[in-house]
Structure formats: C-alpha cells, structure tokens
Design a protein around this ligand. Structure first.
Ligand SMILES: NC(=O)c1ccc[n+]([C@@H]2O[C@H](COP(=O)([O-])OP(=O)(O)OC[C@H]3O[C@@H](n4cnc5c(N)ncnc54)[C@H](OP(=O)(O)O)[C@@H]3O)[C@@H](O)[C@H]2O)c1
Length: 164
C-alpha cells in the first residue's frame, strides 16, 4: 500500500489470484494509484515460477524492486520429491532471481535495481551441507530446522550474487 501511495507500479505475485485481485482493488481504492497488477505464481511449482518469470519479462517494462517475501513452514514433499520448505523458501527464489537476472542487469545500466529477500534468524542455528539440498531427508524432519537451512542457503546465494 505504501509503495502504491508513493506512485510506484506494483505487481503482486501470489498463488491465489482471487485473493490478490481483492487486495489489488483495495490498494487502488485507498491509494488512487491504478498501476497495480496481480499475477499468479505458485512457488511449490517450478513450471509456475518459469511461466511467471516469462510473462513478467515480456509484459513489464521495469523491475526496480524484486521483493521475495512469501515463505512457509509446512511439512511434506513437492511433486519433485524435494522438501516443500526448501522449494518455497529457497529453490524457487533462486530460480526466479536467476530467470529475471538478465532483465535486472540490463536495467541497472540506466536505473537502479534492488532484490529484497526476507528471511528469519533461524539461519544462525543451522548448517547447510550440499547433501541437505540434493538428498531427500529420511524420516521426521524438523520443519524449523529445514526453514533455517532454506534461509541460510538463500542468504549465501544472495551474498554470492552481491559479490559476483
Ligand atoms: N512472521 C515472522 O515472525 C517472521 C519473522 C522473521 C522472518 N519472516 C519472514 O518474512 C516473510 C513473510 O513472513 P510472514 O510471517 O508474513 O508469512 P505469512 O504471513 O505466513 O505469509 C506468507 C505468504 O507466503 C505465501 N506463500 C506460501 N506458500 C506459497 C507458494 N507455494 N506460492 C506462493 N506464495 C506462497 C502465502 O500465500 P497465501 O496467502 O496464498 O497463503 C502468504 O501470502 C518470510 O519470508 C519469513 O521468512 C517472518
């Protein structure tokens, strides 16, 4: 809302388009800014992330701020047989940023670009081994431990991106 009130074009990316369209209408009503769009993306589904990135790239002129906020702590596996927490909180962010990176790099020559990733401080209490990301855990997995691992992997990725 605050960003819309400042006059920015806002794209809301969420898995529930109906819910986002209601929010979009509220933002337009309260801010008076009609430059608000809702787009669908399910972060548990890499195909959906790819589709979103393609549609965004083809239809949006600028990407000034990419805010990765969506996250969850629910047990289970995705259809890829990868832990859901890792997919939503890390792999899909990694995929989305990489798919939009060329657009952001090109744009950065003429106007600033920022990526904002929200994480928790659970990353402080975990380690990430390569096997955490490539092998499915067996038996019970503490969701908060997995959430911390996803956050740490995300922070390391963003750190590497900043220094690349
Ligand atoms: N809350 C805290 O105390 C806290 C503390 C530290 C850090 N953070 C960080 O802040 C961020 C936001 O947290 P929050 O507390 O605002 O979370 P939240 O209220 O639970 O909201 C999470 C959002 O993620 C979306 N989401 C979940 N799974 C998704 C999927 N598969 N595809 C697309 N969207 C999906 C949800 O969409 P739906 O509306 O469709 O469910 C919801 O809008 C997270 O990155 C979290 O790590 C939060």
């Amino acid at each position: 809302m605050d960003v819309a009130k400042r006059g920015a074009r806002v794209v809301i990316a969420s898995r529930n388009l109906e819910k986002s369209n209601k929010v979009k209408d509220e933002i337009i009503k309260e801010s008076g800014n009609h430059e608000v769009r809702a787009m669908q993306v399910d972060l548990e589904d890499f195909d959906s992330v790819k589709k979103f990135a393609k549609q965004f790239e083809e239809s949006e002129e600028h990407l000034d701020y990419l805010v990765n906020s969506a996250g969850m702590v629910l047990e289970g596996m995705t259809k890829y047989e990868i832990n859901r927490i890792l997919v939503v909180n890390y792999f899909s962010r990694f995929l989305l940023i990489n798919l939009l990176l060329d657009k952001m790099k090109k744009q950065s020559a003429e106007r600033p670009v920022r990526i904002i990733d929200l994480t928790s401080d659970l990353y402080k209490y975990v380690e990430v081994k390569e096997s955490d990301l490539t092998k499915d855990p067996k038996g019970f997995v503490d969701p908060f431990l997995m959430f911390g691992k996803a956050d740490l992997a995300d922070i390391q990725f963003i750190h590497n991106l900043m220094h690349s």
